[in-house]
Design a protein around this ligand. Sequence first.
Ligand code: S3P
Length: 434
Amino acid sequence: MKQLQGHVAGLQGTLAVPGDKSISHRGLMIGAISAGITRLHNFLPSADCLATLAAVQALGVAVDRPTPTEVTITGVGKAGLHQAVGSLDMMNSGTSTRLFMGLLAGQTFDSTLTGDASLSKRPMRRVADPLLAFGADVNVTSAGTLPATIHGQPLHAANVQMNVASAQVKSALILAALQAPGVSTIVETLPTRDHTERMLRAFGANVQTTADQRTITVVGQPELVGQTLTVPGDMSSAAFFMTAASLTKNAQVHLKNVGINETRTGLLKVLQEMGGRVMVDKHMAGGEPVADLTIETADLHSITLGEKDIPALIDELPLVALLAARAQGVTTITGAAELRVKETDRIATIATELTKMGAEVRELPDGLVITGHADWHPQSLTLDSHGDHRIGMMLAVAALQQPETFTLDNADAVAVSYPNFFEDLAQLITPEAV
Ligand code: S3P
C-alpha cells in the first residue's frame, strides 16, 4: 500500500522518461536472431522487458547488461536459437508472449509459454489462429489462454487479413513471415504501432508498408545484421507527466527525448485538441522521431473519440479518462473494447477507481462516458491498481490535485513498465506550504 501525494502547489522540472517498452522488447528479440552484436542504449529495465530478456537468454543467446539500461546481445542468426530447458515465463507481459508466439513458431524445437494470473486470462487465439495461415502449430487452452505450446516447424509464406487492431498480433505475424521463404502480406484493420517494421528495416530486412499504413509486405528469410540503437523515451510513460502537468496548477514540465512515432502520439493530439498547452521540439534518433516536450497547466474541454482514434493512444486511455473527468463538458470514448482485455479490464477499473475518487464516469460495453467536474467528492480514500501498472500510475496523477490523502493498494504493479515512477513524480512536485 502506498500513500499518494496530493494537495500539491505545483509541478516543475525536467525529466528524461525511461526507454520505450515496445522498442526494448523488439530490440532484444530482433537482436537475438541477427548476426553479430546488437547494442541497446536506454533499454527499459522494467519487469516486462526483463521477462523478454530472460527468455532470450533461456533460448541460448548471450545478453550482457553492464548497466541496467545498456544491453549487449550476441546475436545467433536466424537458425541459432536453442530449445529452452522448461517453460518460458512471460510474467505479466502480453507483448513478450505474442511476439514470441510468432518467433518460436518457425523454430526447429518446441516451446511452452506461461504467465502470471493476469496474463493467463488474456486472449491468445488472436495470435494462434492467424499463425495457422503460415503453417504454424500453436496450441492454447480451450479458453484460448496460456499456457501456449508451440511446435516449431518450417513455415510457408501467407497473405493474412487481421481482424483485430493489435500491434502485438501484427508483430507476431511479421516475425512468422520473416522465417518463411517467399513474400507474405499482412493487412491490418487500422494502422497500429510500427516499431517492428522500422526495426526490421534497420537490421536489413525488406519490410514494406503501403501509404495507408495498413498493408505490410515481408520478404522472408533475410540476413539480419546486429545494430546499435538508442531507445527513445516511452511516450506511454511521458503521458503520465503530460497529464499531470496539464491538470496541476503552476505546472511547467520538460520531458526530454520522448518517442513521437505517429502511431503513438494519440494522447499528444488529444491533449492539444482539449486545449492543452504542449510545445514540441522534434528531431530524429535511431530511425524513430523523438522530441523534447514542454507541458504547462491548461483549461481543458471535452472531446469525442471513436474506433479509429484508439490504436494511437490505446495505452493512454486511462489518462484520457482522467483528463476528461477534469475537463469542461461530456467526453465520449467508443470503439475501445480492446481495453477490456488489457492487464485488467481497463473500462471497469478506470470507472471503478475514478468513481471512488468522486469523478463521474459511466461504462459502455466498448468505452466510457465521462462528465467533467472541477471538484470531486470522494466516496473512498482507498484506491487499487488492481495489479495494473497503468491504472496505478493514472491514480497517482489523479491524486495530485486532490485535497484528500488517498492510498493505493497494489502500487508495486508500476514496476511492469516504470520502476522509478513514484521517485520521478516526486522530483517534480512543489508541496503545498503548510
Ligand atoms: C504493444 C501493443 C499494444 C499495447 C501494448 C504494447 C506492443 O497492444 O497495448 O502495451 O508493444 O506491440 P495491442 O497491440 O495488443 O493493442
